[in-house]
Design a binder for this molecule. Sequence first.
Ligand SMILES: C[S@@+](CC[C@H](N)C(=O)[O-])C[C@H]1O[C@@H](n2cnc3c(N)ncnc32)[C@H](O)[C@@H]1O
Length: 290
Amino acid sequence: MGLRELADNDEFARRYRERLDSIGVAAVRRGFHSISGARRSFCLNLVGVCSSYAIWTCPAGTLGSMLVAMGGAVSPHLASGLKQELGLVRAVETGTYRGWSARRLARVFPRVVTIELSPQLHQTAMKTLRDLPNVECRLGRSVDHLSELAHERVPTLYWLDAHWSPLFEASAGEADQCPVLDELKAIGPGDAADCFLIDDARVFCASPRPPYDPEHWPTLAEIFDTIRELHPGHYLTVVSDIVIGVPAGAKHVVDEFSRHPVRHWPLAARLARYLLLGVLRRVQRWAGER
Ligand SMILES: C[S@@+](CC[C@H](N)C(=O)[O-])C[C@H]1O[C@@H](n2cnc3c(N)ncnc32)[C@H](O)[C@@H]1O
């Protein structure tokens, strides 16, 4: 099917309407459907060309930052749901990077500890987070700090996101690219209410591609097994690129997040994500037709 036919196609229009509704952008949907098929096709092509140009010309570091800001940072919506349900009192993050998730967590928790291996990124984060007295930035290997931080009577949300990230400026950790299994072991049994959110689930679902070294990255099964061994009653799942392990009683909080994973995003970010996914899907479909 060509682009023109695609834009006129009822099924295609219905799917776009559903997706726009799912991110709550009814005004955009109305605008999109008030224009004729030919113009609609033109708009979609324009968005595709502009997005491709922006991504193509974007320096790798900036692209990495954009990706974290758009999708890779922790969801405050999920964090606050778990905090309320389980009475969590603090958050611990591994891999501070620019401090975006630490800032989000600081809005939810009275205490946040964030650990970064790169001295340069640690220094920058100390500066950018200095307006938040409830955030403590630590420098060093996550594993070393976690064994000291884990406590059986301090229910904690762990956002485990320390790994080598070649797309991000100054990222550390190439020699031990993903220490997440050691992190879980360093935390140990901890508190019964501890929650684990591990970012970048997609990398654990299949062998990571170069420049990552697959020997350094655990599989999803290994992560599940390790959490299950230390926290036998935890509910385990994957939602929106996050491996999630929470006490079984908090499953409904995760289910709710799964239904509306981006509701809390700013409108501009939801739109950008929606457009980007639309373009990617169309490219995939186009490639499939060849
Ligand atoms: C994907 S970024 C983290 C993004 C950040 N958590 C956020 O949500 O905004 C990964 C970070 O982990 C750091 N890192 C890599 N290995 C580490 C380790 N063993 N301990 C602590 N930090 C590590 C990298 O330097 C990089 O800054």
